[in-house]
Ligand binder design. Structure first.
Ligand code: PLP
Length: 369
């Protein structure tokens, strides 16, 4: 059996006929930029997440940069981020001339609120937690820190479309959040794409102008400096189609997580993510299945030898370990964590047989039956 970590062709081939038809229809209408499909998609995503507004942009990194900019983050400001995140979280901050301050991961593999609290300085303006792997971090503790120090909360919820905490969706807790439609994300487009989620009408209006050259969406009048970061109407049309099966895809991901959990929970060399049925306050969407593993590199090699794809997040380096970018924080807990993490295959295309094969092979590596 061969189980790739992710099959990019399947993003297309799994519904090739339907996608070609959408491309044909949109193409014949010449509806490429800021058309009806985008408007409908924004409405659908807002409805799905419970956000008041959703705004299609070029990608989730742009979404973060636009949100931070609209929140007034600028040169000299500090923004607290979790070190265990994609470089995009920090680069959105850096692009504004501000400084991303990485902090430790907690026991839930997400931003550790205590470490975030300790990193607050007189320059801190915002806190930017990552809802990584499709799970929402301790937003109560983060909100307390934000309230206490007058900080803006922006969520990197790029990986967490549909995840909830106490019924509230990722990206809707603070000033705003982002969602990514990168092809390997749980709702993937045929290229780059993203949305901004926000709840404030005035902020939504500003962001609507910022993403489109500073132009007023109704009159076209240029009212401010902007840029070009729009979600292609073609991608929006494709995403509208895909959104219809999204709940079913998330169920499949949670089913795979349940299988992994039931087979691997007895392996004492592993730390597993919290199982899909083990946290009544949260609905996790399992963008990834991230384990912590003893002898991680040998396990990865063993999986490769058994034709199973796996990935070490961020090429093995957390933010604070990226010395080329000038980070110099000492985060020993995240260092230890990074030496153990591994992503097992997790997507809606995995069959039950494949998931069992993956989990059994992991078990076999550690000498379990
Ligand atoms: C994918 C991702 C992003 C960036 O999304 P793009 O749409 O590729 O810009 C940001 N943060 C995290 C945690 C991601 O996984």
């Amino acid at each position: 059996m061969h189980v790739p970590f992710f099959s990019y062709p399947r993003v297309f081939t799994s519904s090739e006929r339907e996608l070609l038809e959408i491309i044909r229809q949109v193409g014949r209408r010449g509806a490429f930029i800021m058309q009806e499909d985008l408007r409908v998609f924004e409405e659908n995503i807002a409805k799905f997440t419970g956000a008041r507004f959703a705004l299609g942009v070029g990608n989730a990194t742009d979404a973060l940069e636009l949100l931070l900019s609209a929140a007034g983050i600028s040169g000299g400001d500090e923004v607290i981020v979790c070190s265990h995140t994609l470089i995009a979280t920090a680069s959105a901050v850096q692009r504004l001339g501000a400084r991303a301050v990485p902090v430790e991961v907690g026991r839930d593999s997400l931003m550790d609120p205590e470490s975030a609290q300790a990193a607050v300085s007189s320059k801190t303006k915002a806190i930017l937690p990552t809802q990584l792997n499709g799970r929402i971090c301790d937003m109560d503790a983060i909100a307390d820190i934000a309230t206490k120090h007058g900080l803006v909360i922006v969520e990197d919820s790029a990986q967490a479309l549909g995840a909830t905490y106490l019924g509230k969706a990722a990206g809707t807790f603070g000033f705003g959040g982002c969602i990514s439609f990168y092809p390997a994300k749980s709702l993937g487009s045929l290229g780059d794409g993203g949305v901004i989620l926000c709840n404030d009408a005035q902020i939504h209006e500003i962001l609507s102008m910022m993403r489109d050259h500073g132009r007023d969406p109704l009159t076209g009048e240029v009212k401010m400096w902007g840029r070009n970061s729009r979600l292609d109407n073609m991608q929006a049309a494709i995403l509208n189609y895909r959104l219809r099966s999204f709940d079913e895809h998330i169920s499949k991901r949670r089913e795979v997580a349940r299988l992994y959990h039931s087979i691997l929970k007895s392996v004492k060399e592993l730390t597993l993510p919290i199982g899909p049925d083990d946290d009544p306050e949260r609905f996790d969407v399992f963008q990834n299945y991230e384990i912590q593993a003893g002898e991680r590199d040998a396990l990865k090699q063993y999986l490769t030898d058994h034709h199973i794809g796996s990935i070490i997040q961020w090429g093995g380096k957390a933010l604070h370990q990226l010395r080329h970018l000038g980070f110099d924080a000492s985060l020993p807990r995240t260092d230890a964590f990074m030496s153990r993490i591994l992503l097992l295959p997790m997507n809606q295309f995995l069959t039950e047989n494949e998931a069992v094969y993956v989990a059994q092979t992991v078990k076999e590596f550690y000498g379990y039956e």
